[in-house]
Design a protein around this ligand. Sequence first.
Ligand SMILES: Nc1ncnc2c1ncn2[C@@H]1O[C@H](COP(=O)(O)OP(=O)(O)OP(=O)(O)O)[C@@H](O)[C@H]1O
Ligand SMILES: [Mg+2]
Length: 396
Amino acid sequence: MNDHKTPIDEMIGLDSQILSAQLHELSERLFPPSAEKELRTFSSAEAAALIGITDSYIRQLAKNDDGIIPPKKANGRREFTLPQIHDLRRYLARSKPQYLPNRTTSQKLQTIAVTNFKGGSGKTTTAIHLAQYLALRGYRVLALDLDPQASMSAMLGCQPEFDVSEDQTIYGAIKYDEDRVPIKEVIRKTYFAGLDFIPADLELQEFEQDTPMHLASTDRDPRNLFFMRIAEALKQVEEDYDVVVIDCPPQLGYLTLAALSAATSVLITIHPQMLDVASMSQFLNMTSNLLRVVREAGGNLDYGWMSYLITRHEPNDGPQAQVAAFLRSLFSDRVLTATMLKSTAVSDSGLSNQTLYETRPETMHRRTYDRAVEAMNSVNEEIEKRIRQTWERSES
Ligand SMILES: Nc1ncnc2c1ncn2[C@@H]1O[C@H](COP(=O)(O)OP(=O)(O)OP(=O)(O)O)[C@@H](O)[C@H]1O
Ligand SMILES: [Mg+2]
């Protein structure tokens, strides 16, 4: 209730200040600043699984004593940092190159847009876990946060309110004016070896406002077409990555369309509930109409694959099972076989801005953790397979 007759704009402004101050204090207490966020170490068994070897092979390599396997700790266990896992992969690749998964120069950079305009359909959770999974597997990954709400940035330890200033989002590299910065300037390294990212903040919204004005201008340079802006920017760093993962905002605006034009593959996340499916139907219809315009204007929409991923899935819930079956009957193998299981391990990790891959197993109920990681890995393995199939097709 507004007892004191404060004008509503001032009241909202004041609330925003109070909230912002509290959030700052809270985030300083709860989340270490990005420079301090550190990735956990991995057990010998985890390292072996990530590389695709057996734990006993690691023990055998340790006997060679050439420094490639870290020594046992006082508790008798071996712990690997992610850079040590990458080193071991490179070491093994000297005799078997397939231990390094990176694309060859004839295989194109894969850009995956994770999208759906339905809020809360699991886009950010999917995008961040996919990006980290691929980095753990040895790919060179760039995560692009395209949502002004910046949830993916927060997961990567970056608080947009304090850590991101002007021209430090992709907006700086795609805006229409001449002050555009090279995309390299907005890319940040992370504590996750092999994963770089571009943070988001509210500034991204300016692209939605600039574009109608730009469309009305006389600039007809094809590289400046709004749907080419992200693709053009990514071209500058194409050589540095194997995969780009884009977390799209929950709107079908110019940013999402530019992401869909830059993408080589599209992943649509869908929570299996009838209301969400109805909203997805509208999303598909609008996307199709808008993309037709983009294609007719010369946009590149040559996708390697377009898949649906069922998210926050509860397999024992009857109505959800029906919706999932319905989707599979309509779209057959375009719906990924693996689903993102709903799990408190995902939501609890999220509370402290951590992914499942960052959370230490021993901090959770072990069965809950194992089930969630297993499901998450199955999803990501299936996507990795689609990426590799696209590369293999381009070779033949
Ligand atoms: N598999 C899961 N199990 C449990 N909780 C989940 C799971 N996936 C997502 N969530 C939770 O659901 C909420 C929404 O997920 P998420 O932020 O990934 O959706 P989104 O589509 O990116 O949302 P937005 O449209 O706002 O960007 C989050 O609080 C997240 O922690
Ligand atoms: Mg999101």
